[in-house]
Design a protein around this ligand. Structure first.
Ligand SMILES: [Fe+2]
Ligand SMILES: [Fe+2]
Length: 194
């Protein structure tokens, strides 16, 4: 697959078939926002566009299907993912994007893989889709709107706030928090100090 010759229309049609209308419109929103951020930051627009298109391609899978796919693709399933298989939709989505849709660019695949939990030392393209997922224009909650504005002025600070808000939401709903979310957040803070 040549990312500069990517047939966007073809894959948009495929994704609109497999995703619910609201998930598809979220996907298009993440694509637009990611390209906007990439232009603002001088990152690779094609990498973020293609990654955003596929980022939630495994989101519609049921928990048992996510676990099955993870096993088939040799994806490590830790105890948190075992309890909350939804956390696997990033890595399973990357594996599906590669196997089913021929996306073989490792940079794109890692953006898809990391879009939920993040990691330390993320690439700029990984950070962009991570933040666009939370701040695309279809996200209407007040924290998204605030962070969307902040991202234009201070992208690294917006990443910290995005992690904070996601963790706050997990606390408020009594959900498990994957330790990687904390590690990712602390990494953003560490980078911000530099
Ligand atoms: Fe997602
Ligand atoms: Fe998403």
């Amino acid at each position: 697959m040549d990312k500069n010759n990517f047939d966007e229309e073809k894959y948009l049609a495929i994704l609109s078939d497999i995703l619910s209308p609201s998930r598809f419109s979220h996907t298009v929103g993440v694509m637009k926002k990611s390209v906007e951020y990439a232009k603002m930051l001088g990152a690779d627009t094609e990498t973020v566009k293609i990654a955003a298109l596929f980022h939630d391609c495994a989101k519609f899978l049921r928990p048992e299907e996510l676990l099955e796919h993870a096993q088939r693709y040799g994806i490590e399933v830790d105890e948190y993912m075992q309890r909350t298989p939804h956390l696997l939709h990033g890595p399973v989505g990357a594996a599906l994007a590669k196997e089913k849709y021929g996306i073989d660019d490792e940079n794109i695949l890692s953006v898809i893989e990391k879009h939920t939990l993040g990691s330390l030392d993320m690439t700029i393209e990984e950070k962009i889709v991570f933040l666009a997922d939370y701040t695309e224009d279809g996200r209407k909650y007040p924290s998204s709107q605030k962070i969307r504005q902040l991202a234009k002025k201070d992208f690294p600070l917006a990443l910290i706030k995005c992690s904070d808000e996601s963790i706050k939401h997990l606390l408020a709903t009594g959900a498990y928090i994957h330790p990687q979310s904390i590690i990712t957040r602390n990494g953003f803070i560490e980078e911000y100090k530099k």
